[in-house]
Design a protein around this ligand. Structure first.
Ligand code: HEM
Length: 464
């Protein structure tokens, strides 16, 4: 029997006339999505301004959009803001351009390259720890988010572009938070709000210009030196069009480099920050990591070959990515009419895939708020739908850097566990702020507690 027009859509909140739930999404997107799923179930219809929106939390529906019928979905107009600013790189491009660039970039993430890049990850971590050895002895708290951001940034430029930013690192550290905030704030804004010369927009444009200058410098330096490094930048620079033989345009190169620089460090740094936020509240689990690292690696340098022998460390990071997925939400737009769960999805509709919400559905994750790394033990994983856990997305547009990120996070956690335990400065009120990524706000002030030397598994000794 044909459904009447309104019942063609699944149930959902009505919201305001014309605007639907847009004001709620602008004010508090995570709360809006969480409440909608709690109240209306696995498939929710939300009107967002001119768009029909569908919140998907059933893993089978998510697989349909991200994988089985991925050809019918493009990145939604919410990515336009990102495309306007960080450009049309791998994260935002579509169709033939995306496929060509993805094929070009993929070898940079293959296993032999990962093994070589693990060396750089460990070396950068070692440099940070040497700095910590100096600051920790004073007993000063550190800004953990900034520490992790600086570390993962050093790693991404060294591994992907075989350079270090030197003084320009400060520019990336300073400009990216401004850019992230403004793009996050304006996801749901009108074009006018983002183009008027308001102070917030002016600050944003200035930051973008400074960041762009750093990126052009990386590209120009490599062109000048003519070095052929086994890295992503060389792969992009040596790429030739099959038909015309032309190289990649400067603009496209800039877009790919900015994308990789940003997508490749911010998310991992946040994953690490949230991991320490959680570990500081679960000292017994933190001790478990220190014990495992002490047993498997002892005092020597961690390496890629150790990763398979650190299942506890891996599970802690996986569980932290469940509770605080740095890419907390993403969305697609239907190119043609579709059907999901027996409901009509009209051409042009938006589908929202929100890992933060999916990872908290009680029927997929019992006691969802509880931090329990054992959820990632093999037997529990095997019993779960692959698309119930989506910190890296899935399907053809899934994260190209997922193995890189896991290796990086594990090597950093192992390296830190050999020397330090991290405590939170008491009395902080830390909340999850959903910009493009999920940031701990206002930040995480942490105390570095040095472990007794030579034994990562021994009880740590506080530095006076
Ligand atoms: C914990 C760390 C990370 C998380 C949580 C994460 C998450 C994600 C997610 C959810 C997507 C899919 C977005 C969508 O479907 O719209 C994605 C795409 C992407 N990520 Fe990551 N990512 C991480 C680390 C990295 C790293 C280390 C790199 C590079 C070195 C990277 C590069 C990219 C790129 C280029 C894309 C676009 C892929 C494409 O569309 O072909 N990410 N990431």
């Amino acid at each position: 029997m044909a459904r009447s027009d309104s019942s063609r859509y699944p149930p959902g909140p009505r919201g305001y006339p014309f605007l639907g739930v847009l004001p709620h999404l602008r004010a508090n997107p995570i709360r809006t999505f969480l409440d909608a799923a709690d109240r209306y179930g696995d498939l929710v219809h939300l009107k967002a301004g001119p768009y029909h929106g569908f919140l998907l939390t059933d893993p089978a529906h998510i697989r349909h959009v991200l994988q089985d019928n991925a050809r019918n979905y493009h990145k939604s107009p919410l990515y336009d803001r990102l495309r306007d600013n960080i450009g049309n790189g791998l994260l935002t491009s579509e169709d033939a351009l995306w496929l060509r660039q993805r094929r070009l970039a993929q070898p940079a993430f293959h296993c032999p390259r990962l093994i070589a890049m693990a060396e750089a990850m460990v070396a950068c971590t070692e440099q940070m720890l040497q700095r910590w050895d100096r600051t920790a002895s004073i007993g000063e708290p550190v800004d953990l988010v900034a520490e992790m951001m600086a570390l993962t940034q050093a790693i991404i430029v060294r591994t992907m572009f075989s350079t270090d930013l030197g003084e320009a690192a400060e520019v990336v550290n300073r400009t990216w938070p401004v850019i992230n905030r403004r793009i996050g704030e304006t996801f749901w804004a009108t074009k006018l709000e983002t183009t008027l010369p308001l102070p917030a927009n002016r600050r944003f444009w200035r930051a973008l210009g400074e960041l762009e200058a750093v990126v052009y410098r990386i590209i120009a330096e490599r062109r000048r030196s003519g070095r052929d490094e086994p890295d992503l930048l060389s792969m992009f620079l040596s790429a030739r069009d099959d038909e015309t033989g032309a190289g990649m345009s400067d603009r496209q190169l800039r877009d790919e480099v900015v994308t990789m620089l940003l997508a490749g460090h911010e998310t991992t740094s946040l994953a690490l920050s949230w991991t320490y936020y959680l570990l500081a509240q679960h000292p017994e689990i933190e001790r478990g990591i220190a014990e495992e690292v002490g047993r498997v690696i002892g005092d020597r340098r961690p390496s890629f070959a150790d990763l398979d022998k650190l299942p506890r460390t891996r599970r802690v990071i996986e569980e932290s990515l469940r509770l605080y997925p740095p890419a907390w939400g993403f969305s697609r737009q239907a190119l043609r009419d579709d059907e999901i769960g027996g409901y009509h999805i009209p051409k042009g509709a938006l589908t929202f895939v929100i890992p933060f919400v999916v990872h908290r559905r009680p029927k997929l994750w019992p006691e969802p708020e509880r931090f329990d790394p054992e959820r990632f033990a093999p037997e529990q994983e095997a019993a779960r739908h692959r698309f119930a856990y989506i910190p890296f997305g899935g399907g053809p547009r899934g994260c190209i850097g997922n193995h890189f990120a896991m290796a990086e996070a594990m090597l950093i956690v192992a390296g830190i566990a050999q020397r330090y335990r991290i405590e939170l400065v008491p009395g902080q009120n830390i909340r999850a702020e959903p910009l493009i990524t999920l940031r701990p706000s206002p930040g995480i002030r942490a105390i570095l507690v040095k472990r007794a030397s030579g034994d990562a598994s021994s009880r740590p000794r506080a530095v006076s």
